[in-house]
Design a protein around this ligand. Structure first.
Ligand code: NDP
Length: 241
């Protein structure tokens, strides 16, 4: 029987590419999303992938969402924690709400989703948890103390859980993408974006499919010896600057 994979924020941007790639790899995919029903319905009818709406920052909503996926599709073997938002401001202008929204959506969500699947994975002695962090969690970014903290937090979480879960056939890894051509990056002002592209040795933004390719690699059954790792997928931007 096909293994079941949940992709949070799996209906748009990088998550959409991940959902489609895992489906092509033979997984039964549940694509979660937060609020954009129109995008989710269009995605589902184009791809035939089931979509599930819940807020990944809300533990009770995640509990109900995972239970629904398991009831409809079966036990979850793969979770890709991809849903994320930005609420940028320099710290002296950042509101508590901007801080809190990013931490709950980008970091608490990783606890919520991992906590809800880990017992089942341990019981079945198999699992793949893949967390989508960011280059900005590795090096920090002006205007993103909230986002950089959340994305760096994912890396620490991953390293701890990888050790806890290793003996149970569960791998836990992080992918840290550089700048990828999605709506999130389209929100960056053009002059700032051009400056950023100038710092990427490959000379362009990444493609969502290139992140999905990396998820596919880590989600595979024969990737069982890769755990606690941070895979950088950034066109050499991190080492260059
Ligand atoms: P998009 O803004 O294009 O898509 C975000 C997805 O997350 C949407 O499906 C959205 O759902 C979902 N989402 C947002 N909030 C919630 C929530 N509370 N509950 C459930 N789902 C939610 O983002 P990207 O594809 O650009 O980014 C995906 C991930 O990759 C993020 O974690 C981001 O931080 C990370 N990343 C992105 C980079 C980039 O350059 N784009 C670079 C490095 C990391 P809905 O459609 O309902 O709004």
């Amino acid at each position: 029987m096909a293994r079941v994979a949940i992709v949070t924020g799996g209906t748009r941007g990088i998550g959409r590419a991940i959902s489609e790639r895992l489906k092509a790899d033979g997984f039964t995919v549940a694509a979660n999303y937060g609020g954009n029903d129109a995008a989710a319905q269009a995605f589902s009818s184009e791809t035939g992938i089931a979509v599930y709406k819940w807020d990944v920052g809300d533990f009770d909503a995640c509990t109900a969402g995972v239970a629904k996926v398991e009831a409809e599709l079966g036990p979850v073997d793969v979770v890709v924690n991809n849903a994320g938002i930005t609420r940028d401001a320099t710290l002296h202008k950042m509101t508590h709400a901007q801080w809190d929204e990013v931490i709950r959506t980008d970091l608490t969500s990783v606890f919520n989703m991992s906590r809800l699947v880990i017992e089942g994975m341990r019981a079945r002695s198999y699992g793949r948890i893949i967390n989508i962090s960011s280059i900005n969690g590795q090096k920090g970014q002006i205007g993103q103390t909230n986002y950089s903290a959340a994305k760096a937090g994912m890396i620490g979480f991953t390293k701890a859980l990888a050790q806890e879960a290793a003996s149970k056939g569960i791998t836990v890894n992080v992918i840290a993408p550089g700048y990828v051509d999605t709506e999130m990056v389209a929100a960056v002002p053009e002059p700032v974006l051009q400056k950023i592209i100038g710092t990427i040795p490959v000379g362009r933004l990444g493609k969502a499919e290139e992140i999905a390719r990396t998820v596919s690699f880590l989600a595979a059954e024969d990737a069982g010896f890769i755990t606690g790792a941070t895979l950088t997928v950034n066109g050499a931007q991190y080492i260059a600057g």
